[in-house]
Design a protein around this ligand. Structure first.
Ligand SMILES: Cc1cc2nc3c(=O)[nH]c(=O)nc-3n(C[C@H](O)[C@H](O)[C@H](O)COP(=O)(O)OP(=O)(O)OC[C@H]3O[C@@H](n4cnc5c(N)ncnc54)[C@H](O)[C@@H]3O)c2cc1C
Length: 378
């Protein structure tokens, strides 16, 4: 049986970006995707930062960029705080298919990972299409954590926010503003991001846990929040996936294994922003994999450089996201989100989200929550 230099699991932003790196460096690799088509169904708000997009792809005039936004509004009831930041709206399925262009020949669709095991000098990868061997695996299969638990890379319970969402037509939403709104009575946060031709990507997530998989109030609360924003919705939201809120897993590498994107918990937890972090982590994992293949060295001591690199690149931002989430969970639980929004300065929101800088008073608040045992439990 052929042994590949590397096998990537998952063709989302993280896996595709890693594959592009391997492709450009003539590594012998495969990328496996469980679904029959890349990028669908849509489970994303599709918004990302313009500056980091430019850093990775140099231009913002691609066909899959559908809108440019410069205001981000946070609302609770009638109270609103607006920050200025240039963001772009992707057509994410189109974007992912564009990303996949150069790696198409090595892509296996309808191939679902079932298990990964260490064998002497290789990893054995069991999938729905049979067994494969690789010197190294890049795990980028989204919010699934079984393999990471088997390899003892995650000890904590993973907290995931379930969401509903979709694309809606005929809205009167301001095309230049992305909206976040919070329903503190229901413990629900919603988003509404305008795309082209008066289409809006909108949805909601359950910040506070309900015993049921989908909180029965979620749809109702979502409609209510959209009414407040005066967005007439035509169509029903669907289940839109889950995002992880307790930050990166304990270790994102092991012998012959690198983990990136949602599979590594690399998401800005307080907001649920993960496209950029997944792309960047995929790129960095790909670069480490290339070095490992060239030097035929796959032990964890060598692969550790990947974790050092991503922490240097965006670790501080993810740490700030965790602080924001801890505070948000507390505020939601005690119905204090409106009060907090009234008192917070737009600059504090901007700095924590985009610079990973937490103001002294937010830091103090966070440490007080920690001292009084407030855990990252939804
Ligand atoms: C409702 C919602 C809205 C969001 N909105 C935004 C937003 O507006 N902006 C933003 O920046 N981020 C947003 N995010 C987060 C963002 O979507 C993710 O962080 C990002 O897509 C993660 O990329 P990934 O490649 O790590 O994982 P995914 O995008 O989840 O890709 C993983 C891929 O692996 C495949 N896969 C899964 N299991 C297997 C398996 N066993 N075998 C083979 N393949 C498998 C999946 O089919 C998928 O194609 C949102 C998340 C959610 C849930």
């Amino acid at each position: 049986m052929q042994t590949y230099d590397a096998i990537i699991i998952g063709a989302g932003p993280a896996g595709l970006m890693a594959a592009r790196e391997l492709e450009a460096n003539n590594v012998d690799y495969l990328i496996m995707e469980a679904k029959s088509k890349i990028g669908s169904p849509l489970k994303c708000g599709e918004i990302t930062r313009q500056d980091t997009f430019l850093e990775l792809f140099e231009r913002t005039d691609y066909f899959f960029i559908k809108n440019k936004i410069s205001n981000i509004s946070f609302r609770v009831k009638e109270t609103e705080k607006v920050i200025k930041k240039n963001m772009i709206m992707l057509d994410k399925p189109q974007f992912l298919r564009w990303l996949a262009g150069p790696i198409e020949n090595n892509l296996m669709l309808n191939t679902k990972l079932e298990d990964i095991r260490h064998k002497p000098d290789i990893l054995q990868i069991s999938t729905s299409q049979g067994t494969f061997h690789a010197k190294l695996v890049i795990l980028a299969h989204g919010t699934k954590y079984n393999v990471q638990k088997t390899f003892e890379l995650v000890k904590k319970d993973i907290e995931l926010v379930p969401c509903i969402g979709g694309l809606f037509e005929n809205t009167t939403l301001n095309q230049n503003t992305a909206y976040f709104s919070y329903d503190e009575d229901m413990g629900i946060a919603s988003w509404a991001f305008p795309k082209e031709n008066n289409i809006v990507n909108a949805g909601a997530g359950i910040i506070l846990k309900s015993k049921e998989k989908e909180n029965p109030n979620l749809r109702e609360s979502f409609r209510h929040l959209m009414n407040q924003l005066e967005i007439p919705l035509y169509g029903e939201p669907c289940y839109a996936g889950r995002y992880v809120t307790n930050g990166p897993i304990d270790r994102t590498y092991s012998d012959r294994l690198l983990i990136c994107g949602d599979a590594a918990g690399q998401i800005f937890a307080g907001i649920g922003e993960g496209i950029y972090f997944s792309l960047k982590a995929g790129q960095l994992a790909g670069q480490t994999a290339i070095k490992a293949v060239k030097q035929e060295t796959f032990n964890k001591e060598f692969l550790k450089e990947y974790e050092t690199h991503w922490k240097k690149s965006f670790g501080r931002q993810l740490d700030a996201g965790l602080i924001l989430t801890t505070i948000l969970f507390f505020l939601m639980r005690h119905k204090l989100v409106l009060k907090a929004l009234e008192s917070i300065k737009p600059k504090e929101i901007f700095d924590i989200w985009f610079k990973g800088m937490v103001s002294v008073r937010l830091k103090l608040f966070y440490y007080l929550l920690k001292i009084f045992g407030c855990k990252l439990k939804r």
